[in-house]
Ligand binder design. Structure first.
Ligand code: SF4
Length: 260
């Protein structure tokens, strides 16, 4: 008996497997449902607003007032569709939806400090790319792909959390490099630049991928894919306790979290 190998590799699956193989197994292979918390909901809503800001509006229309109107529409739709009800009952009891709305608006407004939306030529937003490389399928959704004045392209990824420490920043950059790799594989263009927009800190972290970094990333993705396949074959996904356990949705199912 072996476990079903996932159909594809994405940046979030790569970081999940590296962080804790046991949590990866529960989330990706066994599809154990995870609660939607206020943090993930804020991220979803902020991404949706920025998607509309950049995709539905020409550069000159991207103003703070337009962004706030977009947020009001998105919030109303979330209320009407019951999306806000997905918050866990316990969290819903102590969460102030007005505060959640205020903080999400703040995140969107911060984008206007991190960058100038009116100077961005967005080729597309929420772009789904998929590439078959050897025996693995790479997949990802690019938040925004920009055309630069010199004809090159930039991959943009929004982050709603705070800027992390150096090691985690390296991981996050690996995620956005993964999108650059997808551009290379699918569009046959290596982006000139990749950028992480940390909305809360109104800060952009920018890097330039090279042909060598793309090759190194492809090799790393291949190694992770091989490790995932082996783990599935052996049904061997070991827990890796770390400070991330504090934020883990699978604590109740994890052998390392029970002492009896
Ligand atoms: S609690 Fe920690 S060790 Fe257990 S699954 Fe979650 S991250 Fe892994």
């Amino acid at each position: 008996m072996s476990l079903q190998v996932p159909s594809s590799l994405t940046p979030s699956k790569v970081s999940s497997f590296k962080e804790c193989a046991y949590a990866f197994r529960l989330a990706v292979i066994e599809h154990v449902p995870q609660p939607v918390n206020s943090h993930t909901l804020k991220g979803t809503l902020a991404h949706r607003c920025l998607d509309r800001l950049y995709f539905d509006n020409p550069p000159e229309n991207r103003t703070l007032d337009v962004a706030r109107d977009i947020f009001n529409d998105v919030w109303l739709e979330a209320q009407n569709s019951g999306e806000l009800d997905y918050l866990e009952e316990c969290e819903k009891g102590c969460i102030d939806l007005n505060e959640l709305a205020k903080d999400t608006t703040f995140l969107i407004e911060q984008d206007f400090i991190a960058e100038n939306p009116q100077s961005v030529t967005a080729l597309g937003t929420e772009i789904q790319l998929e590439a078959r490389v050897g025996d693995m399928t790479l997949r990802g959704i690019i938040d925004r792909l920009d055309l630069n004045p010199d004809g090159t392209i930039t991959v943009t990824d929004y982050k709603t959390g705070r800027i992390p420490g150096v090691m985690q920043e390296h991981d996050r950059l690996s995620g956005v490099y993964f999108y650059a790799l997808l551009c290379e594989q699918v569009l046959h263009v290596v982006p000139d630049t990749v950028q992480l927009v940390y909305l809360r800190d109104a800060t952009r972290i920018i890097a330039k991928p090279s042909k060598q970094s793309m090759t190194a990333l492809l090799n790393r993705a291949g190694a992770i894919w091989k490790a995932v396949r082996n783990a599935c074959e052996r049904e061997d996904f070991r827990p890796k306790p770390s400070k991330l356990c504090g934020f883990c949705n699978f604590k109740l199912l994890c052998p390392t979290q029970h002492t009896d």
